[in-house]
Design a protein around this ligand. Structure first.
Ligand code: ADP
Length: 449
């Protein structure tokens, strides 16, 4: 006998688990299929925050923000090729998504600044713990508490359809069960991006050939193939983002929050060369233009104390330390006088509130408390902006512009929300908001069919 369910969700990252929770809350029977042996996808590695505007945590901190400013920042960061309707959904639902997560038990009360944002709106747990791991855990607990049937080691290899534009289920390849079919009224594709698949990345952007990636091993893009084989159209696949601060020594991404909390970038001459909190594409290009094609994230003890995530980097031994600026510069083989001058000038900008060199808008603290620290960083492939084409209800658009009935998609597997360049903090926002929408819409579709 064939197994049947209302909604199948492919992928157990933030988008898939958010969809599972909202589909269960809408009364649907849900199966979540995850190809990897662990849940959480690339979401659990997300280190920055979740962008949201007009939220309760912002109000508590006295931060004045507007959804329209979040829309404007996101469009500008994406070089205006984003689908404006999807950006409106992202921003207009963002504070509800914070409330929704908070009601599920998340702590999103710390609010910082990420690149390309003109207001502090990157929400994250108090104390600087990784936002992605936290959100993935909260959503996992919520999905389990709601009896979603979650299966690991279970790869979806086909979305089945009836030949007339409606999905009918999925073909699963279980690592321990072989192939089997689940019949379903609706399918949510939440399979994430393909940053870890360098062949595919280089096909769309040859400059990134041979680049390291910050992603989990499952970010290969086979979910995208599964969706397109079943008729999904794609958009913006050529836009692949490099994260500017990957540690080539440690093989880990260093969160943007280190810069957000006050670190600067210096080159081997001990000089700043870019607005540290500009968008990721610009920061990455600026680093690659420096001697050695890498740079140093430089910060002091007050930045370290502001972000517990930094302790992990210390344990990884990727953080160089000096009791003074001079000692640090000597260790790095950098001209000490130049580095002292750079820090002195920057601290002057912090005091006056105006960065006269690079127009960095947010300079939260002076770099004045020893010890001083530096992490070598270079860009690595981080996020794939393009993917499956969706509408504002997370319905998948087919190749002839017609909706594929019963197929929904959310998260990094989709394209259009981020345009040519994703702002830090918008990925978690995307997966929670569109994941919720996809789950609720899929449940509704299943009920009506
Ligand atoms: P998002 O941030 O959009 O939620 P993630 O990368 O966090 O994306 O999660 C996507 C998840 O989907 C990953 O855990 C990945 O292993 C899983 N996945 C990708 N392709 C498939 C597939 N064909 N079948 C099942 N799971 C898949």
């Amino acid at each position: 006998p064939r197994e049947t369910t209302d909604v199948v969700i492919i992928g157990s990252g933030g988008a898939g688990l958010a969809a599972a929770v909202s589909a269960r809350d809408a009364g649907a029977k849900v199966v979540v299929l995850e190809k990897e042996p662990v849940p959480g996808g690339n979401t659990k590695l997300a280190a920055g925050g979740m962008n949201a505007a007009e939220t309760k945590p912002q109000a508590k901190l006295g931060i004045v923000d507007k959804k329209q400013i979040m829309i404007d920042d996101t469009m500008k960061g994406g070089r205006n090729i984003n689908n404006p309707e999807l950006v409106q959904v992202l921003a207009n639902n963002s504070s509800d998504s914070i409330d929704w997560l908070t009601a599920l038990g998340a702590d999103m009360n710390d609010v910082g600044r990420m690149g390309g944002a003109s207001v502090n709106r990157s929400h994250r747990p108090t104390g600087g713990a990784g936002v992605g791991a936290h959100v993935a855990q909260v959503l996992w607990d919520a999905a389990v508490a709601r009896d979603a049937d979650i299966r690991l080691n279970s790869r979806v290899v086909r979305i089945l359809e009836d030949g007339a534009g409606q999905v009918t289920g999925v073909l699963v390849q279980g690592a321990y069960t072989g192939y089997y079919v689940i019949k379903a009224d609706a399918v949510v594709v939440a399979t994430g991006g393909f940053a870890k698949n360098n062949d595919r990345v280089a096909k769309y952007d040859a400059k990134l050939k041979g680049f390291k990636a910050t992603n989990h091993p499952g970010a290969t893009g086979d979910g995208l193939d599964v969706a397109t084989q079943a008729g999904a159209d794609t958009v913006d696949l050529e836009y692949v983002q490099a994260h500017p601060t990957y540690s080539p020594v440690g093989g880990v991404m260093v969160t943007e929050a280190v810069r957000g909390n006050g670190a600067i970038l210096v080159n081997r001459e001990g000089k700043r060369f870019v607005n540290e909190i500009t968008t990721r594409d610009k920061a990455s290009a600026a680093i690659l233009a420096q001697k050695g094609e890498s740079a140093y994230l430089l910060f002091d003890d007050s930045v370290r104390k502001s972000l517990s995530k930094i302790e992990g980097y210390v344990h990884l031994k990727i953080v160089n330390e000096g009791k003074s600026v001079k000692e640090l510069a000597d260790k790095l083989g950098m001209p000490a006088a130049e580095l002292e001058k750079t820090i002195g000038t920057y601290n002057g900008f912090v005091k006056s509130g105006k960065d006269e060199q690079f127009e960095r808008a947010d300079m939260p603290r002076e770099l004045a408390s020893a010890p001083y620290y530096a992490i070598e960083v270079a860009p690595a492939v981080h996020h794939t902006m393009g993917g499956v084409k969706i509408d504002t209800k997370a319905e998948v658009v087919g190749k002839e512009g017609k909706l594929i009935r019963g197929m929904y998609a959310a998260g990094e597997v989709t394209g259009g929300v981020h345009g040519a360049n994703r702002l830090g903090g918008n990925a978690i926002s995307d997966i929670v908001t569109f994941g919720r929408i996809a789950g609720a819409e899929a449940a509704k579709f299943a009920k009506d069919n």
